[in-house]
Design a protein around this ligand. Structure first.
Ligand code: ATP
Length: 176
């Protein structure tokens, strides 16, 4: 089974690319969904947790470190189930693929990249936040330009959704 890694920065278009894979019938394991399920099982008050870590990078880092093994094992189990069903190719959509060192499981690694101005504009439009809030969220992550250097494939999502569709098809990612 081929395990493709899909990552990028906040608002760079990971979910949009993951939807393209799904539209081609390729299953996607979404780390955010796995993380939510982990917290649900532990009956954690997520809005409260969000408040605690939102404005405190140290606490956010600690939370990420504490959750990482649970999220990795949740992703691993989902991947195992898909393998048992006979899937030949699956995609792991993991925002912190490099930070959590899950990149070693995946080949190729796709980084969805946009220029920083576009990232900021799209994030503000999607979340209805101020420029400052959006910048804080972007700066809390490993830089998208650094992630780009670690990729096997960079999908540039600075253009329109149509451009993205063309780039996606050009990479022939869904052909085994
Ligand atoms: P997050 O890390 O926050 O989950 P993400 O990387 O999954 O973000 P998306 O949610 O896919 O990013 O995209 C961010 C926003 O930009 C969304 O509102 C999406 O609809 C929009 N968007 C994505 N790609 C394009 C594009 N090529 N043209 C215009 N808008 C786009």
């Amino acid at each position: 089974m081929r395990i493709v890694g899909l990552t990028g920065g906040i608002g760079s278009g990971k979910s949009t690319v993951s939807n393209l894979f799904k539209a081609h019938g390729i299953p996607v394991v979404d780390a955010d969904v796995v993380a939510r399920n982990v917290l649900k099982k532990g009956k954690v008050d997520r809005p409260r947790l969000g408040q605690i870590v939102f404005s405190d990078p140290d606490k956010r880092q600690l939370l990420n470190r504490l959750l990482a093994p649970y999220i990795s094992s949740g992703i691993f189990l989902e991947a195992l189930n898909l393998w048992m069903k006979g899937c030949k190719i699956i995609v792991l959509d993991v925002p912190l693929l490099f930070e959590a060192k899950m990149d070693k499981w995946t080949k190729p690694i796709i980084v969805v990249w946009v220029d920083s101005q576009t990232q900021l504009q799209r994030l503000m439009a999607r979340d209805g936040t101020t420029e400052e809030e959006a910048k804080n969220k972007i700066n809390a992550q490993m830089s998208l330009d650094l992630k780009r250097t670690k990729a096997d494939i960079v999908i540039d999502n600075t253009g329109s959704l149509e451009d993205l569709n063309v780039r996606f098809s050009e990479e022939n990612l869904v052909i085994e």
